[in-house]
Structures are given as C-alpha cells and as structure tokens.
Design a protein around this ligand. Structure first.
Ligand SMILES: [Zn+2]
Length: 487
C-alpha cells in the first residue's frame, strides 16, 4: 500500500514539475522573446482620396513593448480598387532584411452621401411621390447611386426618409422635410377627334376620354353627353376628371348634328351653279394658320423641325407624293393632316364629281393607313375659285356642296405666299406673307414642296410671335375660309 502510495506521489510530483516547466517555457516563448508582429495590414481606400491610404506598422518586440518599423509592400495591388491582394511585406531590422507574405485588403468603408436639390421638395399628399425637387445619392467609390435610393414618405411627420447602401454595405439614412401639396389637375385626352360632324338621324356613340393625374395615375372621367342626333345643332360633350386633392379639369368635344343639303350628287356631266359659294374668310383675333400644300416632299422634315422648335402647329394638305414617314411625323407632332389630292391632276380630278371623289377617297385611304384616322378637312387643288375646272361647268359649286353633304369641310386661303406663282425667293415669300397681316385671322397658303418657301417659315413665325399673333392648325370647326366659286 505504502509503496504504491509513495510511487503515486513521485509520479504526481514529476507531472507537476513538468507542467510548470512547460508553462513557464510557453510564457517565455510567447511573451518575452522578441519577434516581429504585423498588427494590421488592412488598407482603406476611397476612389478619390487614395493618398489617405495608411498602413499599420510592423512591430518588433514582446509583451513588454515593441518598436514600429515601416514596411515596404511588394506585389501587385491597386489602392483605387476594392479587393484582396496577396503581397510581400519587406522590412529592415538591425541590418537584416525580413520578408513576410500577407494579404492586403483594399476596402471601401465610406457611406454614400444623399443630397437634396436647392429648391424645396414638394410631394403628392397621398403617396409621397416627388413633384418638385430631387434627392440624389453619390458614393466616393461607386459614383452615382441615385437609382438605388430607397425613399419612404411618412405622412404624419411630413418627412421623406431616404436610405441607400453601397456594394460594400456602407449604409446612409437621412430624412428630409417636404411640402405635401398637389395643385395640378388630371390631364384629359379625348379619344377621337375634338370636333366631329354627324348627319341628323345617324347614331352617335361617344368614344370617351382618358385622364391621367400626376399623383393618382389614371383617374375616372365623368362624361356629360347631351348630343341629340335628331335635332340639328352644335353640342358639347363635357369630360370632367378630379384627383385626390380635388383638382378638377374639364375638356369638351364639339359634336355638330346637321342635315345634308339635297343638291344633286349624280355623276351626270352637268352640274348646278345654283347656290354659288360667296367669299367668306377671316374673322378677327390675330391668328395665323400656316398651311402647306402638295407635300410631303424632301423639304417636309426640315419644315417640321422648325415648327417643333417654335412649338407651332400647322396644317398639311397632303398628296400621293412623298414618304409615309413624313405624314406620320406630321400627325405625331400634332399637326393637322388634311386632304389635297392623290394625283393633283386637274384634268383627271375635275373631269366629274365621281372622278373627284374617287381621287379624294384615295388620298384619304393613304392618310388613314398612315395615321389610323380619316380626315374630314379638304383643300381643292387650285382652290375652290379655280378656273382650271371650267370644262366641267359648275363642278366647283357642286363639289363644295357635295363635300358638306359628305361631312367634309374645305379651306381656301386669304394670304397667298406666292410660292406657286412667280416668286422663287425666300425673302419675297416672307414679305408676301407678313405684309398682308393685320388684326384678323389668316389662312396662309404655302407649299412644302418648295424649298425656298419652307426656308421662309422660321422668319414668318418669328415675325408672328413677336407681333402678338397666335399660330393654330385648322380643325373641322375652324373659322370658314371659302373663296367665291367661279365655276
Ligand atoms: Zn396643290
């Protein structure tokens, strides 16, 4: 028992001594023997301020103190690009050169900045959609982060809370005071024409309208439709739309109910000169209707550029010539696409009423194919007062009545630019137009098939706009402009 006991003590003792020895050795080895220690080699970078990059020192020493040594970094790394780079740290100590491999992390630890525009921010009261002003986000390393902005509107505090994070996870949050106010009514767009004519007794079904609001999106349209197709007259269909801030807008469509006159519309070669059309053109109000015949042509697109630049709407009496694209552009840019003639062949179109309408249908088919709509607005080749049609006696008077029967209106002009006659100078076209302007309404005849005439348009517009004239396009119910029929 004893032997066993003392033998056990000896083992215990030796084990104890061994532990102390190992422990002390471990302590001395780890904490007292001087060594190199790299405390932190993480680089910090921003795209703009890469010179701020700062390496921690290499430390030589032990737990009781150490001395910093500046290392040199050897290897491929880019302080302007976030990444992990394997490099060598080289440093000198006591006449010796030491090399240690390590990892250099170039990181972006700066959060993006959110900036408010100088003007106050105005938002929709119902959903906080920004109406005026902007919030933008910019990160020194990643650049513009505006698209990543997350914006929430708090109705109670009347603030926008904006937050954004960059790809390195640096997040910025900021709140901004805003003004909640919407004073803009919905915009109503009528389906179909704003003014239409229908025959007495026919059916009228309104095509309706669409209203879009800046805050609410699409809103409901209330329609007040008083049209009585059994009673001649001019009716107004009224469209009303209201947004959630009680802004109201109203748009009207004019519907004319008429009874066709009962002039003969036979295709016989003799027509009646009864009811000859008297001259009637003008009215008051300093309005200029620029109208262009015989196009489209190669000059039409430069004309459209000028009209667009000055925001002027005009009327194009088109033919079978020129490109579909030009007519499409006329229509898309808000001009009136009206009917002149498909062939513009006087002998052919004025040979008979049937021949005239066959040609008119043909140009209207072209217009419909391109714009999706038939036109009801016409200008006779040569005007309604022409005498080139004299072989078909009284045909112009008869055509003028028959156009009305078929729901068309036609327009002549009260200012001729002279571009179809002797004038071939841009200056003269300009003078011919502006010298005849007074206080009335003017339908100006030009041809977009003539380059020298098209080049006068910019100056005509400049003159008109600086002298108090309004430019308008001809519509179905514009002021009448008829010459006296001569045939
Ligand atoms: Zn013509």
């Amino acid at each position: 028992m004893f032997m066993f006991k003392s033998k056990g003590r000896i083992i215990l003792f030796v084990f104890l001594m061994l532990s102390i020895f190992v422990g002390v050795g471990f302590f001395i080895y780890n904490f007292c023997i001087p060594r190199f220690k790299i405390t932190n080699f993480n680089g910090i970078v921003s795209k703009v301020y890469s010179e701020d990059f700062d390496l921690r020192k290499v430390c030589y020493g032990n737990i009781f103190g150490c001395k910093n040594i500046e290392p040199t970094i050897v290897g491929e790394y880019d302080l302007n690009n976030v990444g992990t780079y394997e490099v060598e740290y080289v440093f000198e100590y006591d006449g010796h050169t030491y090399t240690k491999s390590g990892v250099l992390n170039v990181v972006d630890n700066e959060a993006p900045e959110i900036t408010k525009s100088e003007e106050d921010i105005q938002v929709c009261p119902n959903n906080g959609k920004i109406l005026v002003g902007t919030l933008t986000a910019k990160d020194k390393y990643e650049g513009d982060l505006t698209e990543k902005l997350n914006i929430n509107y708090n109705k109670e505090t009347n603030k926008l809370l904006a937050s954004v994070s960059d790809d390195s996870g640096n997040k910025k949050e900021e709140s901004f005071d805003v003004i909640a106010s919407d004073t803009e009514p919905p915009v109503i767009t009528i389906n179909g024409d704003a003014s239409i004519s229908i025959k007495n007794g026919s059916e009228y079904s309104d095509q309706g309208a669409k209203a879009v609001d800046n805050c609410d999106g699409e809103v409901e349209v209330t329609i007040n439709n008083p049209v009585n197709t059994k009673k001649n007259g001019t009716y107004e269909v009224v469209y009303i739309a209201k947004d959630s801030s009680d802004n109201v807008s109203e748009v009207k469509r004019t519907v004319k109910v008429y009874t066709p006159t009962t002039t003969s519309s036979s295709s016989s070669s003799s027509y009646s000169c009864e009811g000859k059309i008297k001259y009637s053109c003008g009215g008051s109000g300093k309005v200029i209707y620029l109208t262009f015949d015989d196009g489209p042509s190669g000059y039409t697109s430069q004309l459209l550029d000028v009209l667009k630049q000055y925001n002027v709407k005009a009327t194009f009496f088109v033919t079978g010539n020129g490109s579909d694209a030009a007519i499409k552009r006329e229509y898309d840019e808000g001009h009136t696409v009206a009917l002149h003639s498909y062939t513009h062949n006087y002998g052919q179109i004025y040979a008979s009423m049937d021949a005239y309408f066959a040609d008119l249908e043909r140009i209207n088919d072209r217009v419909e194919r391109i714009t999706g709509k038939r036109s009801t607005i016409v200008r006779f080749p040569g005007g309604s007062s022409n005498t080139v049609s004299r072989k078909s006696k009284c045909i112009m008077t008869s055509l003028a009545h028959e156009l009305a029967n078929r729901g068309y209106v036609y327009y002549d002009w009260n200012i001729s630019s002279g571009d179809a006659g002797g004038t071939t100078s841009t200056d003269q076209v300009y003078l011919n137009v502006v010298n005849r302007l007074g206080n009335g309404r003017y339908v100006v005849l030009q041809h977009d098939s003539k380059g020298y005439s098209v080049r006068a348009v910019e100056r005509i517009i400049q003159y008109g706009q600086s002298h108090g004239y309004t430019f308008a396009r001809l519509e179905h119910d514009s002021t009448t402009c008829h010459h006296a029929t001569a045939n």
